[in-house]
Structure formats: C-alpha cells, structure tokens
Design a protein around this ligand. Structure first.
Ligand code: SF4
Ligand code: SF4
Length: 337
C-alpha cells in the first residue's frame, strides 16, 4: 500500500528520477508524482515498463509502485490487448478441485510454484530430493499480474491461495521464486495482511544446506554475472544470500554496471506492453556488460529471465545457470540439461 507521508519532504523524487526507463527531470517528477498522489493520470503510467525498481529506489519505503500499478489499472495505461489480458488471467486461475496432499508439518515443504512444468530437472538433486512439495496454480502467488496492471487479480486470489496452503497444515515452506517469497513477506506486510505460515527464501535454504555439507563442496572458481530479477526489488534484503552462496562455492559475482540496484530487466514483459523495440537494445547492453567484466556465465534466480535471456547469452559464448545449479555443481552433481 502506497504511503504518501514522506513525499512532500522528499528531496530527489528518486522513484522517478532514478527510473531507467523514463527520462524525467526533478521538477517534472515532482509535478507528475503530485498528480498521481491525487489519483490523476500521468504520462509516467504509460511509459513505465513495470520493472518494480522504484520500490527499491524510494528512500522512505513508501512503495511507489503500489500507487503506479493501482493507477495503471484505473486508467488502463498499459494499453494491453484485453483478449491477451484475459488469457493471461485465466492461465493461472486457482483450480476449483483442490486435491489435498498429505503433508507432514514437521518436515520441510518445497513450494515449486508452476515452474516445475518448465524444467523439472532444475528442482532435482540432493538438496531437493527429500523434500515434500506443493506446486501448481492452487498455490501460485499471482504477483506477475503487476506486469499487466491487474492488482485486483492478486487481491482477489490471495485469500484463496492462502487458504489452500492452510488446508495442508503447512507452517513453513521454501519458495522457489522471489515472487512467491515477495508475496508473503512484502506484499502482505505492506497491505496489512496476516500471514499464518513462514516462507523461507530458496537462497537461504540453499546456503544453509551448503553450510551443513561444507566438507563436500568443490570450489567452482568461476566468474559469473548475476541477473537480478524484477521481483527481487520487493525483497532486496535477500540479495545478500547470492553473495554468501557465491563465496561459499568459490564463485565471483563480477562487479558490473547492470547488477544490484542498477539491475536491468530481462525484457520479458516488454512484448505484452507493446514495447518490443526495447528488447534488443536492453539485452545487448546487459550481455555486453557481462562480457566486458569477465563473466563466463550468466546466473539467475528467475527461470523466466533465464528463458528470455538464455539463448542470446549462449550465442555470445556464456553459459546459463540458476544459482541453485551452481550449488549442485559445487556438491559434485552433474546437470543433465
Ligand atoms: S514515493 Fe518515495 S521516492 Fe517517490 S516521492 Fe514519495 S518518498 Fe520520494
Ligand atoms: S516500475 Fe520501473 S519503469 Fe515503472 S516507474 Fe518504477 S522504476 Fe520506472
């Protein structure tokens, strides 16, 4: 939920002046922010590519993207084909026939999201094989609807998804994706919604697993570029786990222009937004930055970023891995994909 209480004392209007996608000076930013705070339309809403970075740029944690996404829905600013939106919304609808799995509440549960359908091999290996799991649309966080300005869909489905998790008696679970962790630890908190279970970030789980098996680790001695994904902007505190895992497995996360707060969107949502012309230049400068800084691989948390950027990264001679892939390799596993 957007909090306007600090905006009048805000010096730089960072939520707009630091935006990588909108060219705006401080005074115009102040004017446009004022309009949006009053619930009015602004050109900002149309030019926004839904990268969520302003959530992190705001020095007061005021959640400016919450304001933008609400107004984008009100004014239909993203101008996405309604049929496309309907299809995307139906695609992830929670099913009516929830099948209850037997879950032992005392054992760890792995939330595979719907990504298990993309590449089940990515979720195999010794770190994951003894975990109970849930997956599919019944448990899907729906935060992706921020990319099509449909916060209303997230709000409508959240109680259903929460109930589905509660019905399984789950007290804590490991989230495969930043978006899932972000729903429960950021979206719910900033909207004053109580969460009756504890989400654990995948990287925290991976780090702790590696620490418990430290004697089995073979350092990889690799230099990698990290592709930080959009939903990590809601949970920037988790980025430290990337550094901790890299250090433990002998991987250098190269210092480069488009990492950390200056991370660049993979370009995945641009097609929906009718901004396909931005895809190639964005990906080119991102990958060039990886190569110029000596990376031999691009490493992801988000399988969608990997899917969108992967083939181009590979054509430029770099390998593609999820961070959990590197952890598995350090434990001596051979990846079959
Ligand atoms: S949302 Fe944050 S960055 Fe934007 S004007 Fe308000 S306080 Fe400043
Ligand atoms: S979400 Fe990204 S593109 Fe949109 S205003 Fe915020 S920083 Fe700019």
């Amino acid at each position: 939920m957007f909090d306007k209480s600090h905006c009048s004392e805000c010096e730089n209007i960072d939520c707009l002046t630091r935006c990588q996608w909108i060219d705006i000076d401080k005074e115009t930013a102040r004017t446009e922010m004022g309009k949006m705070i009053n619930g009015e339309d602004s050109f900002v809403l149309k030019e926004c590519v839904t990268c969520f970075a302003c959530e992190e740029y705001c020095p007061y944690d005021s959640h400016p993207f919450d304001l933008k996404t609400e107004l984008q829905e009100k004014y239909n600013s993203l101008n996405i084909d309604p049929k496309l939106i309907d299809n995307i919304i139906k695609q992830m609808e929670p099913p009516d026939d929830l099948r209850i799995k037997e879950i032992d509440p005392d054992k760890p549960v792995f939330h595979k999201c719907t990504f298990s359908r993309m590449n089940p091999e990515e979720m195999k290996g010794q770190m994951f094989e003894n975990l109970q799991y849930i997956s599919g649309r019944a448990f899907f966080c729906n935060l992706m609807y921020h990319h099509v300005a449909r916060d209303s869909v997230i709000r409508e489905r959240l109680p259903i998804v929460m109930e589905n998790i509660k019905k399984h008696g789950i007290q804590e679970f490991i989230c495969w994706h930043d978006e899932c962790y972000g729903l429960w630890t950021s979206y719910c908190q900033r909207n004053n919604i109580d969460v009756p279970f504890k989400p654990i970030h995948l990287f925290e789980y991976v780090y702790n697993y590696l620490k418990d098996h430290e004697s089995e680790i073979n350092k990889l001695n690799m230099k990698i570029a990290y592709q930080r994904n959009c939903s990590n902007r809601f949970i920037p505190e988790t980025d430290k786990w990337v550094d901790k895992i890299c250090e433990l497995i002998g991987v250098e996360r190269v210092a480069r222009e488009y990492d950390r707060e200056n991370a660049l969107c993979c370009g995945g949502p641009f097609g929906w937004l009718g901004k396909g012309n931005l895809v190639r230049p964005t990906q080119n400068k991102n990958i060039k930055d990886m190569i110029n800084n000596g990376a031999e691989a691009c490493v992801y948390n988000c399988p969608m970023c990997k899917d969108v950027l992967g083939s181009k990264v590979e054509r430029k001679g770099l390998k593609n891995y999820l961070l959990s892939d590197l952890a598995r390799m350090a434990l001596g596993e051979k990846l079959n994909y």
